[in-house]
Design a protein around this ligand. Structure first.
Ligand code: HEM
Ligand code: HEM
Length: 189
């Protein structure tokens, strides 16, 4: 079957049989790897607080804003409605994983979706606290710097967990999730 970005023919998001499917459209993939570049630059390369750091931070926030819009108008698996982690979806996912009855999701699984939303929220928080640090009203406020630093630490922990989960779920679901985020196509073994 020719891969497409459309809704699964079965009407639900679980795989009936081993196959391949086009999951991540070009916007999602460009967003992901550009965001990785901005965040990695700010955490590893650029001098804290200097203009390049602020610019990379604002670009990350702009990417997140675009992704949120794309979450309403993008292709099926990019849309929040297709993967939003409602408590019942999350409970069913965790119970299936625990009971060894897990079936691969085509798009984000509910736990991955929680992490995705957390990563977006942390980046918005970093952008907002970074911006406020430079305003007349809050300039020199230590508590704001502490918030920015704490959000950056949380982001690092979240990214570590996110990468570990992507590698682990690649084994559990027998699909190379990292490759799928590059090519857009998930190929289940
Ligand atoms: C992806 C977004 C961002 C990340 C991951 C990030 C990360 C960091 C980190 C790790 C530090 C060092 C904290 C410490 O240990 O003291 C820092 C400091 C700083 N950041 Fe950001 N940042 C981001 C966005 C921004 C933005 C958008 C601005 C401003 C417009 C900004 C302004 C600053 C400033 C002024 C400092 C120095 C604070 C001080 O004087 O201690 N950051 N940032
Ligand atoms: C700064 C580091 C990173 C950030 C902020 C980040 C953020 C995100 C976000 C927001 C998504 C959701 C994508 C969307 O629907 O638009 C995502 C998905 C994903 N990311 Fe990352 N990511 C980071 C690093 C990485 C790295 C290094 C890898 C690979 C080793 C990776 C692999 C993936 C995969 C495989 C998915 C799709 C998960 C799924 O199939 O449900 N990420 N990431």
């Amino acid at each position: 079957m020719k891969p497409s970005f459309s809704a699964p023919a079965t009407g639900h998001d679980l795989l009936p049989a081993p196959r391949q499917e086009k999951v991540w459209d070009i916007v999602v993939r460009l967003f992901h790897w550009s965001l990785v570049a901005c965040v990695a630059a700010n955490l590893l390369l650029l001098e804290e607080g200097d203009p390049p750091h602020r610019w990379a931070g604002y670009i990350a926030v702009a990417l997140v804003a675009l992704r949120i819009i794309w979450g309403f108008v993008g292709s099926y698996h990019a849309r929040f409605a297709s993967f939003f982690p409602t408590p019942s979806r999350l409970k069913a996912h965790l119970a299936a994983l625990q009971g060894g009855k897990h079936r691969p999701s085509v798009g984000h699984n509910p736990a991955g979706a929680v992490m995705m939303l957390a990563l977006l929220a942390l980046i918005i928080g970093l952008g907002a606290s970074g911006y406020l640090m430079g305003t007349d009203r809050f300039w020199g406020e230590d508590w704001l710097k502490d918030i920015h630093e704490a959000l950056a630490t949380l982001l690092q922990l979240a990214v570590l967990l996110h990468v570990a989960a992507a590698l682990w779920m690649s084994r559990v679901e027998r699909v190379n999730l990292v490759h799928a985020m590059i090519s857009g196509i998930k190929k289940w073994r």
